[in-house]
Design a protein around this ligand. Structure first.
Ligand code: APR
Length: 256
């Protein structure tokens, strides 16, 4: 166990993953950074360095100015449509295809894990390509990318917002249940590309640790989790996740 980006830590983590009975991977905006999608808290480039989340990512903001909030999510939808999954997304899908017992919980709403081929993604903060009515709960597809105003809910006629979890809103019950169960059962918890600051996702690592799991992190920067990690790999997901997969393949050459 150790920290840094030495090949030794990569080899140790690869062995630990190869022996794991259950693996929980938690991803954040950083895994989509190499697809050209801004993160939230990186200085200068992060969304929250340029925009005020209280004006764009809360139910109150949507009630106050639905056109502004809707236009920001429409713009983000366009960014994501123009982006592709990167080698980090593809490496996690490859881990699943190799037969590793991976549960993937993502805080991202961009659907890039699914586009990379990962099946059964747990979307902790919803999905930007769905709409959700916060009055009656009705869910629909994103609809017209050029629409300047949110659509009306066909069930109750309220304005429908994007199908993401805003600050102050509850995590979807099924996603929370799946993530908590995976944290309780896993013997390796791998945090990739998250600042580990936003609850309740940020509490999954401690929950996994309490269940006896080894904690690993992939992030070019240090986070709240780094000092508590058994394996802290300092580097980009698009490089380190494929390196883990090639190590796993060499331990199981029979795998496709
Ligand atoms: N590979 C791995 N990690 C990276 C990369 C990369 N190529 N580039 C940046 N990072 C790291 C940054 O160092 C940072 O620690 O990704 C992290 C992104 O952190 P945040 O911007 O805080 O994003 P995230 O942790 O996903 O935010 C959690 O906050 O605003 C809410 O709902 C939003 O889901 C989001 C939640």
């Amino acid at each position: 166990m150790g920290t840094g980006d030495s090949p030794g830590i990569l080899a140790e983590l690869t062995d630990t993953l190869a022996r794991a009975r259950r693996i929980l991977v938690l991803t954040g905006a950083g895994i989509s950074a190499e697809s050209g999608i801004p993160t939230f808290r990186e200085a200068g480039t992060g969304f929250w360095a340029q925009y005020n989340p209280l004006e764009l990512a809360t139910p109150e903001a949507f009630d106050r100015d639905p056109r502004l909030v809707w236009s920001w999510y429409q713009w983000r939808r366009g960014l994501i449509r123009a982006a592709d999954p990167n080698p980090g997304h593809q490496a996690l899908a490859a881990m699943q295809a190799l037969g590793l017992p991976v549960t993937l919980v993502t805080q991202n709403v961009d659907g890039l894990h699914q586009r990379a081929g990962f099946e059964g993604v747990v979307e902790f903060h919803g999905n930007i390509f769905r709409n959700r009515c916060r009055t009656c709960g009705n869910v629909g597809r994103a609809g017209d990318p050029a629409a300047e105003m949110p659509p009306r809910c066909p069930a109750c006629d309220s304005l429908m917002g994007p199908g993401v979890v805003w600050f102050g809103e509850a995590i979807p019950a099924d996603a929370l249940r799946a993530a908590d169960a995976a944290a309780d059962e896993c013997d390796v918890f791998l945090s990739v590309g998250t600042s580990a600051l936003v609850a309740p996702a940020s509490s999954l690592a401690d929950r996994a640790r309490a269940g006896g799991a080894a904690i690993a992190e992939i992030n070019p920067a240090s986070t709240d989790l780094t000092d508590r990690a058994d394996y802290a790999l300092a580097g980009p997901a698009g490089t380190l996740l494929p390196a883990l997969v090639s190590g796993l393949r060499s331990r199981d050459p029979g795998a496709g």
